[in-house]
Design a protein around this ligand. Structure first.
Ligand SMILES: Cc1cc2nc3c(=O)[nH]c(=O)nc-3n(C[C@H](O)[C@H](O)[C@H](O)COP(=O)(O)O)c2cc1C
Length: 394
C-alpha cells in the first residue's frame, strides 16, 4: 500500500501550528543534543496508538505513524506467519517514504511498536474446562450448538523463539510487552539489537521490577484502560490504580520515561498526562472507531452508544481480567467468575456462542473491549483522531 505524504501535508497536522513530527518531514539533520535525548524527545513521539489484539492491524499503525504518532502492531493473536505478513505489509506501507524515514534517524529500524503478551501458559486443566462447559451447556443448547463441537486451545500465544527471530529480521524500533517480560536472555538479545523495550506496569512495584530488568520505558496502565490488565506481580485487583494516581507515583518511583495509558481520549486528557510528567501517551479506545481499525460493526455500535458508560473488568472471555462494556454474558456469569478456565484457556468455550449471537446481530457474548471513557469515540480517519489528540501536547 502506498501512502502519499504530500497528501498528508495538507491535513490538520500541518495547518494548526503544531510542530510537525520529524519522521514525516523531509531530511532535517538531527543535532547531537537530539541524538542524546530520550527516544521520545529524539523522535518527538508523544502519541502511541495502543496495540489492540483482535481490533487492528498494520493499517492503523501506519495511519497513526503518518499522522505524527507511533503505531503499534499487536502480535498476541497472530501466528508467526501472520505476524511476518503484518510486518511486511507495514514495511510496504512506509516504503514510499523510506528516504525521509531514514533521514530522520530511524536508521535501519522499522518505525513501529510490535507488541507481545508474555504470560506463562497454564498447565492443562481438562477438568476445569469441562466443568465450565457444563455450566455453559444451557447456553449452547439455546443457541443450537452441539457441546461436543466446542473447541479448546489457547487463543493467544506468548512471545516465543519464533517471535524473537521476527524481531531480529524486521528490527522494529520498539518491542512492547504485556504481563511482564519474557526470559532475560531474549530481553538481552532484543536490547543488543538496539530495539527499545517497553512494558506495562499497573503498580509502583511492577514499575520498579521492570526498571531493574532494564526496560527503556514503562507504560503506566491505569485502571480505566480498555482490554487486558497488564498486571503481573499480583492477581489482587484491589492493587490497581486509576491513571491520575498511578502516573505521578510511577514518575516519582522510577527514573525511566513513563507513557500514560488508560482513559485518555481528548486533547485535555493528553495535556493532563503531560502535566503529570508523562513522556508520551498511549491511546486505545479512541482509535477503536477509526476507519482503519478492524473493530466489528456491533462493537463500534456499542462504543458509540450509552452502554459504553458501563464497563467492568471481566475474566469470562479469556481467563484474565480485561475491561469491556458490560453485556449479557458478563451480567449473567460474572463479570468475574472463579470457575472460568485460566488465561488464555477461557477463550474457546465462549467462541461459538459469540459466533451464533453475532449472526443474529447480538453482542451478548462478544468481548466489547473498551476503556472507561468511550465518550470521545468517533467514526473518523485515524489521522484525524491522532491530530486532535496531539493538540493536547502542543
Ligand atoms: C480492544 C483492545 C485491545 C487491547 N489489546 C492489547 C494488546 O494486545 N496488548 C497490549 O499491550 N494492550 C492491549 N490493550 C490495552 C492498551 O494497550 C491500553 O492499555 C489501553 O487501550 C489504554 O486505555 P484506553 O483504552 O482507555 O485508551 C488493549 C485495549 C483495547 C481497548
Amino acid at each position: 500500500m502506498n501512502f502519499n505524504l504530500s497528501g498528508n501535508r495538507v491535513n490538520p497536522l500541518f495547518s494548526n501550528n503544531l510542530p510537525p513530527a520529524p519522521h514525516v518531514m523531509s531530511s532535517k539533520p538531527v543535532n547531537n543534543c537530539a541524538m542524546n535525548a530520550s527516544f521520545f524527545d529524539k523522535h518527538r513521539i508523544r502519541l502511541i496508538q495502543a496495540p489492540m489484539a483482535g481490533s487492528q492491524n498494520h493499517r492503523l499503525a501506519a495511519a497513526v505513524f503518518f499522522a505524527g504518532g507511533m503505531g503499534s502492531i499487536p502480535a498476541a493473536m497472530l501466528t508467526a506467519e501472520q505476524l511476518q505478513s503484518e510486518l511486511s505489509a507495514f514495511e510496504d506501507a512506509i516504503a514510499s517514504e523510506k528516504e525521509n524515514v531514514k533521514a530522520t534517524q530511524w536508521d535501519e529500524f522499522l518505525p513501529v511498536n510490535v507488541n507481545f503478551f508474555c504470560h506463562t501458559p497454564p498447565p492443562v486443566q481438562n477438568e476445569r474446562e469441562a466443568a465450565w462447559r457444563q455450566k455453559l451447556a444451557p447456553l449452547y443448547l439455546a443457541h443450537g450448538i452441539d457441546p461436543k463441537s466446542v473447541g479448546s486451545g489457547p487463543g493467544r500465544a506468548p512471545f516465543s523463539e519464533e517471535s524473537l527471530k521476527l524481531v531480529g529480521q524486521f528490527k522494529p524500533a520498539v518491542v512492547s510487552f504485556h504481563f511482564g517480560l519474557p526470559k532475560a536472555q531474549w530481553v538481552q538479545q532484543i536490547k543488543d539489537w538496539g530495539v527499545q523495550i517497553w512494558s506495562s506496569a499497573t503498580t509502583v512495584q511492577e514499575a520498579q521490577w521492570l526498571e531493574q530488568q532494564g526496560v527503556d520505558a514503562i507504560i503506566a496502565q491505569g485502571l480505566e484502560a480498555g482490554g487486558h490488565r497488564g498486571m503481573f506481580l499480583t492477581e489482587d485487583l484491589s492493587t490497581q490504580l486509576g491513571s491520575l494516581s498511578l502516573l505521578p507515583q510511577l514518575v516519582k518511583a522510577v527514573s525511566l520515561p513513563i507513557i500514560a495509558a488508560g482513559g485518555i481520549s481528548s486533547p485535555a486528557a493528553v495535556s493532563a498526562a503531560k502535566a503529570l510528567g508523562a513522556s508520551a501517551v498511549q491511546v486505545g479506545t479512541a482509535f477503536l472507531t477509526s476507519h482503519e481499525a478492524t473493530t466489528s460493526a456491533l462493537h463500534r455500535q456499542a462504543l458509540m452508544s450509552s452502554s459504553a458508560q458501563h464497563t467492568a473488568l471481566t475474566n469470562l472471555f479469556s481467563g484474565r481480567p480485561a475491561r469491556g462494556i458490560v453485556n449479557k454474558f458478563m451480567r449473567d456469569f460474572g463479570p468475574l467468575n472463579a470457575q472460568a478456565p485460566s488465561f488464555p484457556l477461557a477463550t474457546a468455550a465462549v467462541a461459538p456462542l459469540r459466533v451464533a449471537a453475532e449472526a443474529k446481530g447480538l453482542s451478548d457474548f462478544s468481548p466489547l473491549w473498551s476503556g472507561q471513557n468511550a465518550s470521545d469515540c468517533e467514526a473518523l480517519p485515524a489521522a484525524d483522531i491522532a491530530h486532535k489528540l496531539l493538540q493536547g501536547w502542543a
